[in-house]
Ligand binder design. Structure first.
Ligand code: HEM
Length: 506
């Protein structure tokens, strides 16, 4: 190619680029929406922000700077105006999960993967079908199964005699043993081992690889396609995000397979969640055989790091906030003064304690597990929002970290941990706060595991505070223990490097 041709190619490219930028900034349908310059011309800005693992904090800062509607990529808006929650996430919303979820979407049309499912008719059918398996009553029927890992944790920590332990590592261990026991009436005994076989690290690896890929779906499709070919040629695929490599997923698959190979009478006789799922599936012809396995896998796949992180935030905020732990101890002591002191709290007792329940709700408000603007696609009629017009196919979303910090709704002290806000609120104000809770997602795609999670949280956190006085190690001392606080946002927000001392109460 001659010198002049290269120059003319470069000039044409430069002119096209300038024309593209001018279009995005001044003529695009979302051009008038405020936001960072780079975000308005390329998605890569959002990819970059996601890869800093601080997207939750970035989006909070964007709203402070630009207002309630911010353009975070050429065709995506992040919204903090609560009056749009119902339209975007309400029970019958036509705003469906956006392309971001392609990374967790099932390939097989017969599969069940609720988080990634974007065929709304199929989703509604599957969701209705599994509903009875995860009601409060259904999970309460199996609550005795989690008394064992809770007792085991308490004994283990008593043996620790107040020596510092790493909070999130131990809460992940506890979450795994709780979920496996309630699912299969047995566990890998991570509590006894004091080790989680790298499940925490491996799940972070998974999120690390996919959390940003959903922002560039064309790249994701290419990646899946190339990997398919590499696999067919017998080579090792590239940087594969494979949740299947988690020790705990392998354990679930082994257990599910073992039960499938048992005599049907035995399979259907187990008094645990896996048994409930198998019995339920056996009486519902529309329940495809493989769905029983996948819904069982959802318990650990969708439940373990979310539960681990929520246990951590409940314990952290109660222990760190002056006066809160003493108030909670007083409530627990009054409730249990006449009962067997080693007994694990019954769920019904734990949910009847107003201050304690407010502590859990408040921890989940201040540190919701999901830290990104939950992306939804604008439906065919378009969307008029704040004087702008989003077209069908544009993406809009709201971030739980922002919704939960709304000062008009939660008060000027919305950045503080203050469980009292729920106890002091009028009925209608409390109802309004509950309606804006995204701790378990928006109503149209809320978490089916929420009652299971609430059961585990209520019993476990109550038992831990009943038995221990907890001290959070100062960050400078935690650094010496190999920690130092870090908060990363993949999709789920994770904490690292927090150390705590569990001092047995006398
Ligand atoms: C404290 C523990 C948990 C928290 C905080 C939590 C939170 C959430 C949130 C915020 C979502 C919405 C995500 C989105 O819109 O993309 C969600 C969805 C989901 N959760 Fe949970 N979850 C927890 C435990 C569980 C458990 C134990 C299960 C097992 C049954 C589970 C199963 C699911 C599933 C299948 C979805 C996808 C639902 C859908 O897309 O419609 N979760 N969860």
């Amino acid at each position: 190619m001659g010198y002049l041709s290269i120059i003319s190619l470069c000039s044409t490219g430069a002119v096209a680029l300038v024309a593209y930028i001018i279009y995005q900034r001044f003529f695009h349908r979302l051009a008038a929406v405020p936001g960072p310059f780079l975000a308005s011309i390329t998605r890569l800005w959002l990819v970059y922000q996601s890869r800093t693992l601080q997207r939750h904090r970035v989006e909070i800062a964007l709203h402070k700077k630009y207002g309630k509607i911010v353009r975070i990529s050429p065709n995506e808006l992040c919204i903090s105006d609560l009056s749009y929650v119902k339209t975007i996430y309400g029970a019958n919303s036509r705003f469906l999960k956006a392309d971001w979820y392609e990374t967790v979407e099932p390939n097989d049309p017969d599969a069940m993967n609720l988080l990634g499912e974007r065929n709304i008719e199929k989703y509604k059918h599957q969701r209705r079908l599994i509903g009875p398996l995860f009601t409060t009553q259904a999970v309460k029927n199996r609550e005795n199964l989690i008394d064992e890992p809770i007792s085991s944790f308490i004994e283990k920590m008593k043996g620790q005699k107040g020596q510092p332990i790493e909070m999130v590592k131990w809460m992940n261990i506890l979450a795994i043993d709780l979920l496996t026991e309630i699912t299969f009436s047995e566990s890998l005994n991570y509590i006894q081992m004091g080790d989680d076989e790298k499940n925490g690290e491996d799940v972070d690896d998974f999120w690390q690889q996919i959390h940003w890929a959903g922002l560039v779906p064309a790249f994701w499709r290419w990646y899946v396609w190339v990997n398919g070919w590499i696999g067919k040629m017998g080579a090792n695929p590239m940087f594969v995000a494979n949740i299947g490599k988690l020790a705990i997923i392998k354990y679930y698959v082994t257990q599910i397979t073992a039960r499938a190979n048992e005599h049907p009478e035995n399979t259907l006789g187990h008094l645990d969640l896996a048994g409930d799922i198998n019995r339920f599936a056996a009486t519902r012809p529309e329940f495809k055989p493989q769905w029983a396995a996948t819904i069982t896998l959802h318990i650990i796949g969708a439940g373990f790091d979310t539960l681990g992180m929520t246990l951590s935030s409940c314990i952290f905020w109660v222990s760190k906030t002056p006066g809160c732990q003493a108030k909670l101890h007083a409530e627990l002591d009054t409730a249990w003064q006449d009962s067997d002191e080693d007994g694990i709290p019954k769920y019904d007792q734990a949910v009847s304690l107003p201050y304690f329940q407010a502590c859990i709700t408040e921890a989940m408000r201040l540190t919701p597990v999901i830290g990104i603007s939950l992306p939804r696609t604008v439906p065919s009629e378009g969307f008029d929002i704040g004087g702008y017009h989003a077209s069908p196919g544009d993406v809009v979303g709201m971030n739980p970290w922002i919704i939960h910090r709304d000062k008009e709704l939660f008060g000027e002290d919305a950045e503080d941990f203050r469980p009292e806000r729920y106890l002091e609120a009028s009925e209608s104000h409390k109802h309004a706060m509950d309606a804006m809770s995204f701790s378990f997602g928006g109503p149209s795609r809320s978490c089916p595991g929420r009652y299971l999670a609430w059961l585990a949280l209520s019993k476990t956190v109550a038992a831990i505070f009943q038995h221990f006085e907890i001290e959070i190690v100062e960050d400078k001392d935690a650094k010496e223990l190999g920690g130092g606080f870090r908060e990363d946002c993949f999709f789920v927000v994770k904490w690292y490097g927090i150390w705590m001392k569990l001092i047995p109460r006398t």
